[in-house]
Design a protein around this ligand. Structure first.
Ligand code: SF4
Length: 127
């Protein structure tokens, strides 16, 4: 009988730990993504600017960029279906021209710019 009580207590403790880990995991992932973005900003020595002029371009090797398979030229991504790109994505807002290429902001890359001809797997048709 005593063993049963101990086993039950042990079981509930184990369940509480598993549930706790599941609840913490998304927060931990967010912390990793935001600390990665922050570290990249520091490495580049630039702070996000409201106007967009001083914003760095998204680095395709960034953790978030890799996670969504960001490429600077949509023609190099078989997932773009040959036509989908940032300029036609609902997350994109045109800002300026850099080195002869149109660039803009993307909702999923705060503080950074993407090329209008880039593409990632989060592409969502502009309404
Ligand atoms: S979410 Fe849209 S705008 Fe942002 S990088 Fe992906 S395709 Fe481009």
């Amino acid at each position: 009988m005593m063993d049963n009580k101990m086993n039950r207590r042990g079981f509930f403790a184990a369940v509480a730990q598993i549930v706790g880990v599941a609840a913490i995991a998304p927060a931990a992932l967010n912390a990793v993504f935001s600390s990665e973005a922050s570290a990249q900003e520091k490495r580049r020595g630039s702070a996000p600017a409201a106007g967009g002029a001083a914003m760095p371009m998204v680095d395709p090797n960034d953790a978030v960029a890799k996670a969504v398979k960001y490429v600077e030229d949509y023609k190099k991504s078989p997932d773009s279906k040959g036509v989908n790109h940032c300029a036609t994505c609902g997350f994109y807002t045109k800002k300026e021209t850099k080195n002869g290429k149109e660039v803009g902001t993307c909702t999923i890359f705060a503080g950074k710019m993407v090329y209008s001809n880039a593409f990632c797997n989060s592409w969502n048709k502009k309404a």
